[in-house]
Ligand binder design. Structure first.
Ligand code: AMP
Length: 293
């Protein structure tokens, strides 16, 4: 069957409500478009567990701060539609800004705790924008299995929390980070990197991998694990280019709490899965990555 495309809320609801009434399960992949293999892996993953796969494509203005890249964010809808069809999606929902944000709207969704720190500290208002648009998508698309990438680790935890707290009739699942051959996590923003920056960019993953290796070899002191990664990032700098680290932090993998060590100051692998998260700027491009330990 060929790909169905919707931009209006009501036709989408009518269509999906009728499918659900036939007993079909719905899987949903929320995206901002400019799709790459990372997004397509989510389509394939949710395809395995749903009768109907919906991809939403919406560049959400409220999650961009002043001076961020909303205007230059790549918009490639026609190509995106071809890619998701090949990957096995049944339907694309690509609403306008007016459809998602009625002119006189006054409502925002704010998740505390897990939204604070990390990207939340460096992008004020970002997770309010994310939680708001995802809540709207939950309502627009309706009950189903929603899949998110662990690339945006804090975003995933924020959305899981919101879905539980607000009793949305959804199941939230996640999928592993897809990387280029040299380790760089795929991102629509990688298109901003010039060739010198692109060459340096995989150092971020090398740094996380160095910390993971140290962890696997028995290092359990949080400070040493973080320093191992920091040294790798610093050591990768060239005379003309280096990363500007926004944050590099070890956190509890579920709650994202920074209280991860026991009373001896050590991370316990049994009691506490942890995640090392990084955000860094390379030129004008902001990159994020993480590794679970
Ligand atoms: P975005 O279009 O950037 O909002 O991303 C849409 C979804 O794709 C989010 O759930 C992201 O976490 C996920 N995603 C983006 N890049 C990757 C990647 N390299 N690997 C896995 N998931 C990804």
């Amino acid at each position: 069957m060929s790909l169905l495309r919707f931009s209006g809320l009501l036709p989408l609801r009518r269509h999906l409500d009728a499918r659900r009434a036939e007993g079909k399960s719905v899987g949903v992949v929320p995206t901002m478009g400019a799709l790459h293999e990372g997004h397509l892996s989510l389509v394939r993953e949710v395809r395995k567990q749903s009768d109907i796969v919906v991809v939403t494509i919406f560049v959400n203005p409220t999650q961009f701060g002043p001076g961020e890249d909303l205007d230059r964010y790549p918009r490639t809808l026609e190509r995106d539609a071809e890619l998701v069809e090949q990957a096995g999606a049944d339907l694309v929902f690509a609403p306008s800004v007016e459809e998602m944000y009625p002119p006189d709207e006054q409502t925002r969704v704010s998740v505390s705790g897990v939204s604070e720190g990390l990207c939340g500290a460096h992008r004020p208002g970002h997770f309010v924008g994310v939680a708001t648009v995802v809540a709207k998508l939950f309502c627009a698309v309706g009950a189903g299995t929603y899949i998110f990438g662990r690339k945006d680790y804090q975003q995933l935890r924020v959305i899981e929390k919101m879905a539980r707290d607000l009793l949305f009739p959804v199941r939230v699942i996640s999928s592993a980070i897809v990387r280029d051959e040299d380790g760089l996590a795929l991102s629509s923003r990688n298109a901003y990197l010039n060739s010198e920056e692109r060459k340096l960019a995989p150092a971020l993953f090398r740094a996380l991998s160095a910390a993971k290796l140290a962890y696997e070899e028995g290092e359990r002191r949080p400070k040493n694990l973080v320093e191992r990664a920091r040294d790798t990032i610093r050591g990768a700098a060239t005379p003309t280019l280096g990363f500007e680290i926004e944050y590099l932090e070890l956190r509890d993998a579920e709650s994202l709490s920074s209280e991860i060590a026991d009373d001896k100051g050590l991370v316990s692998p049994v009691e506490r899965p942890v995640v090392l998260l990084v955000a860094a700027r390379l030129g004008t491009t902001r990159l994020i990555d993480n590794v679970e330990l």
